[in-house]
Design a binder for this molecule. Structure first.
Ligand code: OOG
Ligand code: MG
Length: 260
């Protein structure tokens, strides 16, 4: 795929995200697009955000649990970039009108205290982690009906739109059983999804190591200070105006997200 085509497609996904417009899958028009083209389009779309003044604050893994893979019909993990404008604190409110068709999912977030570069084991990856917290991620595919191929969703920055971090960030040595923490997500007081951090690539630390490996294969890495979302533990749930989403994760602080 030509560089100028990638530039045009990066502009298309970026503009759709700005205007909350849904768009036709890019592969419908460009069946020749490869996964590497898609990661390049993602990078170009992030460069556009940085040029507008957004900060690059971290990365996310996506499609690391079976429930997530089955919900969207894509069975391989992917990654996306997170910027400062996507970040919220527990208790914050988002506006439904700022999204195309938002969904929310329960996650575990890592804060890196050191750079993490290379093909590492899960235990090695955890040595770079200074903090662990619960998180809610709002995903918002820019594609019509939330339907996509792996190539399309990668080009669309893995549906990234907003993430809420829990108030308490614990050092990893204080989180017993990180690989099997109960996770309960409620909407307006009713439990909608239950799961375990074990569903996230068998252990959230394995997801972090996989991200480092996927980046390493492209000559990239993670830097100290970054946030990393390990991936949704359960399937994602549709949001609507007026929703109050509450997440409880064993040993970690709760996270609340409000929609107006
Ligand atoms: C792709 C993003 C997946 C996760 O945690 O699995 C993701 C999507 O489902 O639209 O964020
Ligand atoms: Mg996610």
């Amino acid at each position: 795929m030509k560089d100028e085509t990638k530039d045009l497609l990066a502009e298309r996904v970026d503009t759709a995200a700005i205007n909350n417009d849904d768009i036709v899958m890019l592969t419908a028009e460009h069946p020749e697009m490869t996964l590497e083209d898609a990661y390049e389009i993602q990078r170009l779309s992030i460069t556009r955000r940085i040029q507008r003044g957004e900060d690059f604050v971290g990365m996310k893994m996506g499609l690391t649990s079976r429930a997530k893979m089955e919900q969207v019909g894509v069975h391989n993990p992917i990654y996306g970039h997170l910027t400062g404008t996507m970040k919220r604190s527990s208790g914050d409110t988002i506006a439904f009108d700022d999204y195309v068709h938002p969904r929310i999912e329960p996650e575990i977030a890592f804060i890196l205290g050191q750079d993490l570069v290379g093909k590492v084991t899960a235990a090695e990856a955890m040595q770079a982690v200074s903090g662990v917290c619960a998180a809610l991620e709002v995903i918002d595919s820019r594609y019509t009906d939330f339907k996509f191929t792996i190539i399309d969703v990668v080009a669309d920055n893995a549906s990234s739109s907003t993430f809420f971090l829990g108030d308490t960030v614990l050092p990893p040595e204080l989180v017993e059983n990180l690989g099997n923490l109960g996770m309960v997500m409620s909407v307006n007081g009713e439990v909608v999804e239950t799961g375990s951090s074990a569903a996230i690539f068998e252990h959230p630390a394995r997801s972090l190591a996989k991200l480092a490996e996927m980046l390493w294969e492209r000559g990239e890495g993670l830097s100290a200070g970054m946030v990393v979302l390990a991936g949704g533990a359960t399937k994602a749930v549709h949001l609507k105006p007026g929703d109050h989403v509450h997440l409880e994760v064993d040993s970690l602080s709760t996270v609340d997200a409000f929609v107006e």
